[in-house]
Design a protein around this ligand. Structure first.
Ligand SMILES: [Zn+2]
Length: 376
């Protein structure tokens, strides 16, 4: 049931500073100097070669003493404890996350454990993790574990669009899958407390709408620009939609069924190779079905998702033979106590969610049949 505690205050929260542009990493010292001068830098080996060396060069050139920690790959409690101990040993005075969603969520939690500030430098625009004051933790096996919440949002978010334009376009598309859920979810939970514990403000609703507008206008164009490794106005707009607007929109607007169903889907082992936003995209179709939107409206979203190669049915998700028992388990997990599905302004139960998942697959397949869509 939405808002069981009858919260009446409106609340909006955000990072202190958001910077985005080509070659922005080269100016890192200018923006990170306010946080300290001995950062613990979290990044994996692949990201190190793409942007790590360049970031460290920019910082050490300005007198920073950077300690690099190799991120192990999963945002799990075990990994966070290991990195926190390293930060203590090195007397790090702030934390930098350089990488994708899991690196970012890990760094936010490490910084919170250490009582230090955190700077986020995303190397893909694949999730809305950079701006929020929460992390999604997973078990070492890759299954969803829990959300953890912090008192403060990240202090600085620094987005280098040149780096993002060199990442595989699949990441940008996944970010769009995450971002397309923002408005769909927020507009259906206007009376439920958001992640800050207050009601959504007018501005958070406007942010969700703007986010969606940008995706429908520029999503496909940005995806193609990303394939050409080109930084264009369309790419800049979509990176901002995926990172800033989606982040502010979901945190202060609220999540609902799309993310709850995503969380349930992490229990299916075959889906572990998919990115967060790819599963959220399918969860968004499930929520639109639950919302009872007209076919023309459903088609508009499915068309957008297919234009950037996001999965809209079981086959494209890579689970063509998924069993009803597995889908029922997804529905049960999506309806667990405390899940965001309970923010929705409508009656929810496991049967209804199970039905929406099956119907979302049917709607995606129907659209493909009707239009003759083929992956290019
Ligand atoms: Zn998300």
């Amino acid at each position: 049931m939405p808002n069981p505690n009858k919260v009446t205050e409106r609340l909006f929260q955000s990072p202190s500073k958001y910077i985005q542009g080509p070659y922005a990493i080269q100016n890192a010292a200018k923006y990170l100097g306010q946080l300290g001068n001995a950062p613990l830098l979290l990044c994996d080996d692949i990201v190190w070669k793409i942007a790590g060396e360049e970031l460290v060069k920019a910082l050490t050139g300005a007198g920073f003493k950077v300690h690099r920690a190799v991120f192990g790959g999963e945002a799990s409690r075990e990994e966070i404890d290991r990195l926190g101990a390293l930060g203590r040993k090195e007397s790090s005075d702030f934390v930098i996350a350089l990488g994708g969603g899991k690196t970012i969520d890990t760094a936010k939690t490490v910084a919170d454990d250490l009582g230090k500030q955190v700077a986020i430098v995303p190397t893909t625009a694949s999730t809305d993790a950079p701006c929020s004051a929460l992390s999604v933790l997973y078990r070492p096996s890759g299954e969803f574990h829990c959300y953890t919440f912090f008192d403060k949002n990240p202090n600085v978010v620094l987005v280098d669009t040149t780096v993002i334009s060199t990442a595989p376009p699949r990441f940008l598309a996944a970010g769009m899958g995450d971002a397309i859920a923002t408005n769909v979810e927020a507009r259906r939970c206007l009376n439920s407390p958001n992640f800050g514990g207050g009601l959504p403000t007018e501005v958070s609703a406007a942010i969700g709408q703007k986010c969606e507008e940008i995706l429908f206008k520029y999503g496909k164009q940005a995806y193609e620009a990303n394939k050409a490794h080109a930084v264009t106005p369309a790419l800049e707009a979509v990176v901002e939609a995926n990172t800033l607007l989606s982040g502010l929109g979901f945190e202060s607007g609220g999540l609902a069924a799309a993310h709850a169903i995503h969380n349930g889907m992490t229990a299916i082992e075959e889906l572990h190779t998919l990115l967060h936003g790819e599963k959220v995209a399918f969860g968004t179709i499930c929520q639109l079905v639950l919302d009872g939107v007209p076919t023309s409206e459903l088609d508009r979203y499915i068309d957008f998702m297919l234009s950037v190669d996001l999965p809209v049915n079981f086959e494209l998700l890579g689970i063509p033979n998924v069993k009803d028992e597995e889908l029922r388990r997804v529905a049960e997990l999506a309806c667990a106590d405390g899940e965001t599905i309970w923010n929705l302004d409508r009656v929810i139960n496991v049967d209804l969610v199970f039905g929406a998942i099956k119907a979302a697959d049917a709607a995606g397949s129907d659209y493909i049949r009707r239009t003759g869509w083929k992956r290019t």
